[in-house]
Design a protein around this ligand. Structure first.
Ligand SMILES: N[C@@H](CCC(=O)N[C@@H](CS)C(=O)NCC(=O)O)C(=O)O
Length: 322
């Protein structure tokens, strides 16, 4: 195929046509930059010399009053009191700060460790795991008493620092014994055994009325919740035993606890540890709630556990402090 003849044109014209877009862009850039550039730069068409830039402020002398003022503001910021940890529970019961031993466990850790906190009425239906307690701290919610204690140990004060491996292992075993075994003995004594229900039922009725359940509906809600709790204890297995058998189990656990606790002020000696937060609430729940039965009689016969409980109660839960 033959090429078409191109008309002859000057060399400069061809160059201008080929580069017209590049030229237009360069012109536009220059126009924009010239309006944005500082006057001096525009006038001279060069960058500001370092000497013309805003000079760096001189360093603040170490012992100047201004430096001291700045430092003390920083120290104040760090030393400013933390807002209290918010603990959500059910509410006080029979002179105990809460009906739930797990809520009392969290309060016990907070008090043994000297962490500022506030106890508030919670709603298990709105709790992150559908159970109380949970806490709110620094904008985050933490549920389950054991995870809460872990959080408090890491964030505020570790009561178990320096604990031996053997003590740690024993603490894990005793914690499980109280929270996963003795708890269900307590549950049956309160909710399944009619003697227990007659004592705690009215207090529970008041709690649900305070939570907004109208008076006429309270008996219905109470019996519904009681049925649910009995069902839970039945599924777990404890409520399948007779009341006498459950009391036997409870007595065995109380005896074991009394042996392990010895005569020490706290479970492991003269200093409180996190295990005290798992033992004390269950002992206090039995001794403090006026449910006549073999569990309370057995616990009262253990002088070391009674004085352990009274010592922690009097020192950390003085009347009016919750
Ligand atoms: N493992 C949980 C147990 C807490 C728990 O069982 N809470 C009970 C009261 S003692 C509860 O909130 N029950 C309400 C429900 O199940 O709806 C913890 O350690 O916090």
């Amino acid at each position: 195929m033959q090429r078409r003849e191109q008309p002859a044109q000057p060399l400069a014209w061809g160059f201008a046509r080929r580069h017209r877009f590049t030229a237009a862009v360069a012109l536009a850039r220059a126009a924009t930059l010239s309006t944005l550039m500082p006057t001096r730069w525009r006038q001279h068409g060069e960058k500001l010399q370092p000497s013309e830039k805003k000079p760096r402020p001189p360093p603040i002398p170490v012992d100047s009053p201004r430096r001291k003022r700045l430092l003390s503001a920083r120290d104040l910021w760090h030393a400013a009191p933390m807002p209290p940890v918010h603990v959500y529970g059910f509410g006080p019961s029979f002179g105990l700060p809460d009906a739930s031993p797990f809520v009392v466990k969290v309060l016990t850790y907070l008090r043994l460790a000297g962490i500022d906190h506030k106890l508030l009425a919670g709603d298990a239906r709105k709790a992150p795991k559908g159970k109380l307690p949970y806490i709110e701290d620094g904008g985050q919610k933490i549920a389950d008493s054991s995870f809460i204690v872990e959080y408090l140990r890491k964030t505020y004060k570790d009561l178990d620092a320096g604990q031996s491996v053997a003590e740690r292992a024993l603490a894990t075993a005793v914690k499980s014994m109280m929270e996963e075994h003795f708890y269900f003995v307590l549950l049956v004594a309160r909710w399944v055994d009619d003697r227990g229900w007659q004592v705690i039922g009215p207090g529970f009725g008041e709690t649900i009325k305070k939570a907004g359940v109208p008076g006429f509906a309270a008996p219905f809600v109470m019996s519904m919740v009681r049925k649910q709790v009995v069902q839970t204890a039945h599924r777990q297995g404890m409520a399948r035993h007779s009341i006498a058998e459950v009391e036997e189990i409870g007595i065995g656990l109380i005896d074991a606890l009394a042996e392990l606790a010895g005569e020490r002020p706290y479970f492991f000696g003269s200093e409180p540890r996190s295990i005290d937060a798992s033992v004390f609430p269950f002992v206090w729940s039995i001794l403090g709630t006026p449910i006549a039965g073999r569990l309370q009689t057995q616990l009262r016969s253990k002088a070391n556990l009674v004085s352990y409980c009274e010592r922690i109660r009097d020192q950390y839960f003085a009347p009016g402090s919750f």
